[in-house]
Design a protein around this ligand. Structure first.
Ligand SMILES: [Zn+2]
Ligand SMILES: [Zn+2]
Ligand SMILES: [Zn+2]
Ligand SMILES: [Zn+2]
Ligand SMILES: [Zn+2]
Length: 363
């Protein structure tokens, strides 16, 4: 682990950087530079939280996996290893010793029930005959007997018999030629297309099978019952950060040589070289949590120093250890940003004024 750079080392690194701008100053001399330590922190706390829940269970059939499950006698004291990696979730299903049983389904007979729609008959009643579509079953079934089979007395019918009789056929009831509706031959009704005149159709509910699979017991006729428990390990993640200002993030994240310490128990101490401010931030989050069975606390920190050189008021320097020595990143100082903004708005005001003058002149 790299040791924290000294003030002297930081100022020397900044001095070299400042020289690029043609400013030569001995920054380590008193009164030439200001340095403040602003270390960064990225702490990730992953806990594994255990829950134990018990209850009566009932499932259809005889699931093979239930019989093969590990058994317990006392859930609270049942031993279960803590997870090797607290960030992975886990669920262990257990069966109370001696509680496994079987109960027949009382809603069916061997997993089957009579089809409700046909009451177990497999067929549904259906009208064998339907009204003829050609004559609608009325007096037009036959010009002579009106579908009754007895020819009516001449002249009783008020409307004249049509001259064109080609569409008419011999009536099967009164036997008169060219008188009956060709669709029903004078009967006034035709065989039902659904049952072909038989008076019954296959039940669409069971497709004629009469009995159906009982959904509640999944067609098995039995239920498996037991007292079971679930022990779950659920990861909970918390993050405690002291991050760099946004304009610095990329270089410090990418090039910074972060120090890393990993703690895996609640009794382990935070590293000695941790900044007191960071220690204060992290400590409240480290108490043993309810149901905690495992943890991994990863503490990453990067020593960061902010340096300003009196001879160079336009810039602020940030120095931090990288894999290639102390890295210095420069940013415009606040005074310079303010001044630049002021200049920019003055320029804009002047530009607007010029534009107005031009418009006035042209107008
Ligand atoms: Zn059943
Ligand atoms: Zn029918
Ligand atoms: Zn007739
Ligand atoms: Zn007809
Ligand atoms: Zn049916």
């Amino acid at each position: 682990m790299a040791k924290e750079p000294s003030t002297e080392e930081i100022l020397q690194a900044v001095e070299l950087h400042v020289a690029r701008h043609g400013i030569t100053a001995r920054l380590s001399s008193p009164g030439t530079a200001d340095l403040s330590r602003q270390p960064l922190l990225d702490c990730r706390i992953v806990r594994s939280i255990e829950k134990r829940e018990e209850g009566r269970r009932r499932v259809p059939g005889r699931p093979a996996d239930v019989a093969g499950r590990e058994t317990y006698t006392d859930l609270a004291t049942h031993p279960l290893d803590p997870p090797s990696d607290p960030s992975t979730a886990r669920k262990v299903e257990l069966v109370l010793e001696g509680s496994l049983g079987e109960a027949p389904c009382d809603g069916c007979d061997g997993g089957r029930t009579d089809c409700e729609r046909c009451a177990g008959r497999g067929r549904l009643e259906c009208e064998p005959f339907v009204e003829c579509e050609g004559c609608e079953g009325g007096i037009d079934a036959c010009w002579e007997c009106e579908g009754s089979g007895r020819p009516r007395p001449r002249g009783r019918r008020t409307d004249p018999r049509p001259a064109d009789v080609r569409q008419r056929v011999r009536c099967v009831r009164c036997r008169r030629p060219d008188a009956a509706c060709p669709a029903c031959l004078g009967r006034g009704r035709t065989k039902c297309a659904d049952c072909k005149g038989t008076g019954s159709v296959q039940c669409p509910g069971c497709k004629g099978a009469r009995r159906l699979r009982h959904a509640e017991c999944a067609g098995t006729g039995v239920f498996t019952t037991w007292t079971g428990a679930v022990i779950s390990h659920t990861p909970e993640v918390r993050r405690v950060e002291q991050s760099a200002p946004l304009h610095l993030r990329q270089p410090t994240d990418g090039a910074g040589q972060w120090r890393r310490t990993v703690l895996t128990t609640a009794t382990e101490k935070l590293p000695d070289d941790l900044d007191p401010r960071h220690r204060e931030l992290i400590l409240p989050h480290l108490a043993l949590a309810d149901g905690e069975v495992g943890r991994r606390v990863t503490v990453r920190r990067l020593p960061l120093a902010r340096v300003t050189a009196h001879a160079d008021p336009d810039r602020v320097y940030f120095a931090f250890p990288s894999h290639t020595g102390i890295k210095v990143v420069e940013r415009p100082s606040r005074q310079r940003v303010v001044r630049f903004t002021a200049v920019a708005s003055t320029t804009l005001a002047v530009a607007v004024l010029v534009l107005v003058l031009v418009l006035v002149v042209l107008g």
